[in-house]
Design a protein around this ligand. Structure first.
Ligand code: GAR
Length: 230
């Protein structure tokens, strides 16, 4: 469905820390007047820096601390109840560092989208930049995908890639990848707002009704980046 200012796409953005992806999404909504209503920016850590930023922008922002729950299931149940009350069309995980249980994921089947800092299916889990360097890959990147109960799997919507350069460290890779993450995630948000992306019953992603191979842009890095660490 193509969204309009009268019928905006409702998204909940879940974060755990800095929230730079969330900021990129929120800034794009404003700058491009996308028909998107950010119904909450929710963090599982009350001290998440992204929450303060969201509040300063006048966005609805709230914390649901996982530490106040006895179990993973109890946290998931509370998060589920809160999100059900908000009725988002999509739940965008943007640096949300809690693993969500399969009951939660199934409840919001096809509605949860995540950004992961690797070219999935390579390097699920943590320390992806370190993993990429350890494996000697020449290309690294990020993936925006629908969330399924299997961690860091699920139908891929878009990817962005950067070359691995001589002398790169995990920090170099993280820093060079972050602006690409922002580009890729904001492109996916545009597609969602325009009603162009869908998840088919066979688990494949379609863009404009056709099978989709996702590349968020032709030039996601520039010459200068390529020589930076040589
Ligand atoms: C981003 O690099 C994101 O891809 C990653 O955490 C960072 C959050 O940064 N997410 C994961 O590792 C999820 N498994 P941000 O808070 O500045 O958006």
């Amino acid at each position: 469905m193509k969204h309009t200012p009268e019928r905006p796409l409702r998204v909940a953005i879940l974060i755990s820390g800095r929230g730079s992806n969330m900021q990129a999404l929120a800034q794009t909504v404003v700058a491009e007047r996308l028909p998107v209503d950010i119904c909450t920016v929710l963090a599982n850590r009350p001290d998440a820096a992204g929450l303060a930023w969201a509040r300063a922008q006048g966005l609805p922002a709230e914390a649901l601390s996982h530490k106040t729950f006895d179990s993973r299931d109890a946290f998931d149940a509370a998060l589920l109840a809160r999100l059900d009350a908000l009725r988002p069309d999509y739940i965008l995980l943007a640096g949300f560092m809690r693993v969500l249980g399969s009951d939660f994921v199934r409840h919001f089947d096809g509605k949860i989208i995540n950004i992961h800092p690797s070219l999935l299916p390579a390097f699920p889990g943590l320390h992806t930049h370190q993993q990429a360097l350890a494996q000697g890959v020449q290309w690294h990147g990020c993936t925006v995908h629908f969330v399924t109960p299997v961690l860091d799997h699920g139908p891929i919507i878009a990817q962005g890639a950067i070359p691995v350069l001589a002398g790169d460290t995990p920090d170099h890779l993280a820093a060079r990848l972050l602006p690409v993450e922002h580009q890729v995630y904001t492109q996916v948000l545009r597609w969602l707002a325009e009603g162009r992306v869908s998840l088919c019953a066979d688990g494949r992603v379609q863009l404009d009704g056709a099978p989709h191979r996702a590349w968020a842009g032709p030039h996601l890095f520039n010459e200068q980046d390529c020589h930076e660490h040589e």
